[in-house]
Design a protein around this ligand. Sequence first.
Ligand SMILES: Cc1cc2nc3c(=O)[nH]c(=O)nc-3n(C[C@H](O)[C@H](O)[C@H](O)COP(=O)(O)O)c2cc1C
Length: 247
Amino acid sequence: MLGMAMSTMSRARLERRLARCFSSATSATGKLSVLCFLGTTRNDGPPFPTRVGSRVAAYSASLLKKHGHAVEVVDPLELDLPLLRKPEFAYQRGEQPKVLSELAEAIRSADAFVMISPEYNHTASPALLNTLNHFGSSIFSYKPSAICTYSQGQWGGARAAVALRPILSELGCLPVSAMIHVPAAHTVFDEHGSLIKEESDWEQYFMRTFSQMEWWAMAAKNHKVLQDPFSLSPALKRQPSQRNAPK
Ligand SMILES: Cc1cc2nc3c(=O)[nH]c(=O)nc-3n(C[C@H](O)[C@H](O)[C@H](O)COP(=O)(O)O)c2cc1C
């Protein structure tokens, strides 16, 4: 009897939490807060004096906004972070440089990430990795990411994309299976991020990846109301050896 009463109570509690959770979703897909990390600081040519990546970022942001999401682009040229000296998490709380504490807060409050990288020497861009390396995985984790690579060549940065997968997995923002690769990106988008050929299939192609990201982000956001992921797998805050298998 006691067991039955308790299971009835916990079901009622679960139903209340689920009701709260679903009323907090703004629609079937919901509005998400998405951070797009841009991976280029190149600011001179030839052949292009302006970055091709800013075109890809502008197009990505406009598509996500069109689908109701709040979007910020993290631009390493504006951030102007040095090559990593000291990551944000290594500072005493309250003593982090403003640029790092503000970006940490933006990462913490985001629901999903889009990683936009050129391919440099067959791998992901150092500017993107340098930005990511300034932050610990706990503020990225339990949120999905989407990989979007581009190049002026014919492979669209596919090798950079493959290199990004393990990095994003380590950060805990698992990349969705569909990826975006834009070959000859300078011929696809103009300098404002608009499609050069409007009647093309690029929107559908980008949205296949973004829709996967959206689905996982909503699922994660809703489930966090029911279960704090860090209560099951706390962030590792002391030594890298905390990750080690037992001896
Ligand atoms: C250092 C460097 C390495 C590059 N390596 C590659 C490469 O491996 N594969 C490729 O397709 N394009 C490569 N490119 C050409 C880029 O696709 C092209 O410069 C592109 O515009 C870079 O993006 P961005 O303009 O946003 O910086 C490379 C360019 C640079 C500057």
